[in-house]
Design a protein. Structure first.
Length: 160
């Protein structure tokens, strides 16, 4: 667990690194669904790390995970409690996940960005690999939110 003095508008937070066990899976999936992510927050690939940002009261405020998809590390299931959006918690947890991916030896990290502008502000750029984009799009077509509530963009950040 990493303790953080986040400077996110005075919100006291800590990021916990969790294993993908039943308790963590259920807590993260329920939180992500409440935050508006598809109910299929089930991993597409192998989950390497789960991050849960908790407030001083112990409640989950944000989540993210590093997941291997198409043989690459992706930052997935990024969600922030609705009443805390716009306070920097999403930035905090994504940056933490990217740093951990780099510590694990990865030099690039990908994201299926539901809000591309958010990821651009964090240094992600649009992926240009047409084959990878086609694979991601084909998987996204299976989701009932695709094209109605979700218009994702495949993005990448080089970290070292």
């Amino acid at each position: 667990m990493a303790d953080l003095d986040s400077a996110c508008e005075g919100i006291s937070t800590r990021i916990e690194e969790m294993d993908w066990n039943d308790d963590a899976r259920i807590a993260v999936q329920e939180f992500c669904e409440k935050a508006g992510l598809p109910p299929s927050a089930t991993p597409w690939g192998k989950v390497l790390k789960i991050f849960v940002l908790r407030g001083a009261d112990g409640r989950i405020e944000a989540t993210a995970r590093i997941e291997m998809i198409y043989g690459r590390p992706f930052v997935e299931s990024v969600a922030v409690r609705s009443d805390l959006r716009g306070k920097g918690l999403g930035r905090l947890i994504v940056n933490h996940a990217v740093s951990r991916a780099h510590e694990l030896g990865f030099h690039s990290v990908w994201a299926i960005a539901r809000i591309p502008e958010f990821y651009r502000k964090l240094g992600f750029v649009e992926e240009r690999d047409r084959e990878l984009i086609a694979r991601q799009r084909n998987d996204c077509l299976k989701c009932d939110q695709y094209g109605r509530e979700c218009f994702p963009l495949l993005m990448r950040k080089d970290v070292g």
